[in-house]
Design a binder for this molecule. Structure first.
Ligand code: NAD
Length: 247
């Protein structure tokens, strides 16, 4: 897939799925900006790898749930690049616990980062995409945003919200040649799932028809496709990358 001349912003791109996505786009020839919140060292390493593909790379710090930080980040990007063609809203967190004991702050924080973060980042780039009559917005939801999961009401609500956001915005901007899609990964080997206890991990594998966790690259491949010209007639969709967990 030829991505030469395209500029991609991946939020939360210093590790995990975001890093795999950033590198996959760079490999296809796109210029890649990664956003990070605190892991400057990780972000710097990813940028080195991106530049290794002979494309432009830039890391910009911002908390995606804070409007002023997001707007500053987009301003900084626009000083260096013409505009953003592809936005991958990847940054996300979990604050798990059974509903009965869930604290209001754990609800708020997850919704603010996983859902409001997508609102803020997309809002900051969509006007320019409309003007340039081209754009791809790819939001990372989750299989549990579709099927639910005990201990994750906050996370599942945020990820289900991402799907509603995706479908509504897709309808609003389709006529402007902007596609908006969501990816719903299943259980992927990253730091986020690395913290799960061994017995839980084992029981999760039992629920995956393909009997293995996914790799960040499995998700990245689908995202690069959605970001490419080959996916130009796909919008408002939720693409599951989950080894068959939700069918
Ligand atoms: P991860 O924890 O490795 O990566 C998340 C990234 O988001 C980190 O780099 C983190 O620093 C960044 N981040 C968190 N809060 C931020 C903020 N406020 N502003 C900017 N960046 C912030 O986890 P991952 O597994 O790579 O997850 C990536 C995305 O995929 C998340 O949205 C996650 O919910 C989603 N997802 C993951 C899985 C999985 O099994 N790993 C499954 C479904 C969905």
């Amino acid at each position: 897939m030829d991505m030469k001349g395209k500029t991609v912003l991946v939020t939360g791109g210093s590790r995990g799925i975001g890093k795999a996505v950033a590198l996959a786009f760079a490999k296809e020839g796109a210029n890649v900006i990664i956003n990070y919140i605190s892991d400057e060292e990780g972000a710097t390493d990813v940028i080195k790898e991106i530049r290794g593909f002979n494309v432009e790379g830039l890391a910009v710090r911002a908390n995606v749930s804070k409007a002023e930080e997001v707007n500053r980040m987009i301003g900084e990007i626009e000083e260096n690049f013409d505009g953003i063609d592809i936005l991958v809203n990847n940054a996300g967190i979990t604050k798990d616990g059974l509903f009965i004991g869930m604290k209001e702050e754990d609800w708020d924080q997850v919704i603010e980062i996983n859902l409001k973060g997508i609102f803020l980042c997309t809002k900051a780039v969509i006007r320019k995409m409309i003007k340039q009559k081209y754009g791809r917005v790819i939001n990372i939801s989750s299989v549990v945003g579709v099927i639910g999961n005990p201990g994750q009401v906050n996370y599942c609500a945020s990820k289900a919200g991402v799907i509603g956001f995706t479908k509504s915005l897709a309808r609003e901007v389709a006529s402007r040649n902007i596609t908006v899609n969501a990816i719903a990964p299943g259980f992927i080997e990253t730091d986020m799932t690395g913290v799960l206890p061994q017995d839980i991990k084992k029981s999760i594998v039992g629920t995956i028809p393909m009997k293995r966790y996914g790799k960040p690259e499995d998700v990245a491949n689908a995202i690069v496709f959605l970001g490419s010209s080959k996916a130009g007639y796909i919008t408002g969709q939720v693409i599951h990358v989950d080894g068959g967990m939700a069918m």
